[in-house]
Write a protein that binds this ligand. Structure first.
Ligand code: UT7
Length: 325
């Protein structure tokens, strides 16, 4: 019995913010952003549009592809760091919007690795018979926690949502393995200081900068390449495969240079390496399910193909999944 992906869906907000738009906002240039990140544009949620709105559309699209009704879902696991509220879980809001009344639902916090952590959790539930069908979601509205005056970070991020439906099935197709890691020693290289119990909001208000995402990009870069490479090798080794067996590699879309450096270390070809960071920037927990949906709808994932996916993010957290499509 394996948990197989039987439907994928994604949603990107309509509004496109180009690098030229950013040139009007901070001291940057289209050429710098493309050369250092590969990003050309990103999507920004409309006023009033929040994470559950985007995620519900992505999830409904995944359910439609799977031909499954919302009430047939047993669990919803969502990776996000930009839920509608600090609590309760945005997965519960999505459950209500979809009418998935037979599911239990929760969010987990693993930043850019959130979707693969959620996929791993759902896979374990299904493997242990705690349900037959799961909805796994990665969705973020990072535009609401980005400091739009900080050129070091604001050029990198975007909004979006992706989802997959998992079903426990007999056969060769499905999730072959997941590997998860974390190291809390790197907290201050990538985090959001404000609005938790350390720096709560108060009647006097908090320091104006605290609610925003903080990052030391070049330090994150080095650890990201090393971790993505190691956790991808770990997945291949655990299953007795080599890079040549991989049909498609879907890494977390953080920065084109990270993706190219990782693919090079893994000896993957350009054709194996799926890239859409140029269109959407880094949507944190949403990049991988959005990419899976795009790749599948573009015909890049066929039954029997080996899909390798890996992510790295705040925590630090890093993870991989090896999937027989
Ligand atoms: O999902 C995981 C989350 N995070 C990441 O994956 C981020 C990983 N890191 C990165 O993607 C890269 O480190 C960045 C794109 C953030 C930065 O690229 P870099 O090549 O590491 O540049 P840097 O931080 O070393 O900065 C080089 C210069 C600096 O100027 P000085 O000090 O050399 O004069 C920066 O101030 O580039 C400057 N700079 C910019 N210039 C124009 C930084 N941001 C910008 C900008 N436009 N937007």
């Amino acid at each position: 019995m394996k948990a197989r992906i039987i439907g994928t869906g994604s949603y990107l907000p309509e509004r496109i913010m180009t690098n030229f738009d950013l040139e009007q906002m901070v001291d940057t240039s289209h050429d710098w952003i493309v050369a250092r990140t590969g990003i050309k544009e990103r999507r920004i949620a409309a006023e009033g549009e929040c994470t559950s709105d985007m995620a519900t559309i992505a999830a409904q699209r995944a359910l439609d592809m799977a031909g499954i009704k919302a009430e047939d879902i047993d669990l919803i696991v969502m990776g996000t760091i930009t839920g509608d509220y600090p609590w309760p879980a945005t997965a519960c809001i999505i459950q209500a919007k979809l009418g998935a009344q037979n599911a239990f639902a929760y969010d987990l916090s693993a930043a850019c690795s959130g979707f693969l952590y959620a996929l791993s959790a759902a896979n374990d539930y299904l493997a242990n018979g705690r349900g037959k069908r799961a909805l796994v979601i990665g969705a973020e509205t990072l535009s609401r926690i980005v400091d739009w005056t900080d050129r070091n970070t604001c050029v990198l991020f975007g909004d979006g949502a992706g989802a997959v439906v998992l079903e426990a099935q007999d056969g060769e197709s499905g999730i072959l393995s997941t590997h998860l890691h974390s190291d809390g020693n790197y907290l201050e290289l990538l985090y959001q200081p404000g609005f938790g119990s350390r720096n709560p909001s108060s009647p006097e208000g908090v320091d104006a900068r605290l609610p925003y995402l903080k990052m030391q990009g070049n330090e994150v870069f080095k650890v990201a390449v090393r971790s993505l490479t190691d956790v991808s090798k770990e997945a291949l080794d655990a299953n007795g495969f080599s890079s040549a067996d991989v049909g498609l590699f879907i890494p977390h879309q953080a920065n084109l240079r990270i993706l190219e450096a990782t693919a090079k270390r893994l000896e993957l070809t350009e054709e194996q390496n799926f890239i859409n960071v140029d269109k959407y920037g880094n949507t944190s927990g949403a990049t991988i399910p959005i990419a899976m949906d795009e790749a599948f709808r573009q015909g890049l994932l066929k039954e029997g193909d080996l899909l390798l996916s890996a992510a790295f993010g705040g925590g630090f957290t890093w993870a991989s999944a090896l999937i027989r499509w």
